[in-house]
Design a protein around this ligand. Sequence first.
Ligand code: GLP
Length: 247
Amino acid sequence: MSAGTMDHPAAPLLQILDRAQIGPAAAGLVLDAFSARPAPVIGVATGSSPSPLYDALADTQADYRHTTWFALDEYVGLPPGHPESYAEVLRREIIEPLGLDPRSVHLPDPHRADLQAACDDYEGLITAVGGIDVQILGIGRNGHLAFNEPGGALDSRTRVEVLTEDTRRANQRFFDSLDSVPTHCLTQGLGTILEAGQLLLIARGKDKAPALRAALKGPVSPDCPASVLQLHGRVTVLADTAAASLL
Ligand code: GLP
């Protein structure tokens, strides 16, 4: 693959894999980044897509002592310790299985009175550690990245976002009812995500196929936030055959 230029960044590198191969392949990419920097910084996604990656990372028993982790997003309105808050999801998915120091795993704080100040501080923290080396991503059925919903600016920063009905319905499976799904969140912006050194998108399942096609083959447009992947130049997409079925 050519390195691309500023005007024409290299196209995302797509690997279509069996479901069972995705976790180990993704873990290999993340661990490569570990060897490139003594204190690597990893951006983590929640949701079901990256779970095989986290399982594979736990299996490697690599040394995670000098790693720092930043979440993409967090719900607003859930009480501290709510099992579906992303703080708790990350405790279950990475902090405990990888034996991480909880202080090395950061999320934007949804309990601050001034939420935009919490977002600004979060951006400042990412900058202070020298930026994110590898950002792990999933993709929403509606093409969202993190919680950047369709229609927003392509250069957005970390901020409060209103969740669409479609996203709330998609995430209802984690809650008792649709009414229990938060209406707001804090999310890294698309501009924030694009500043990571490399991006690793994992897409699994047939319901992601239209969004993945729009992201990789459609125009770069706010209609499909994940289409910003085409602007980055160092993107790997790991998709199972179902998610890649429309490419
Ligand atoms: C969620 C998260 C995203 C995630 C996406 C896909 O709501 N906020 O970060 O990547 O939607 O989720 P899943 O992997 O469960 O399909």
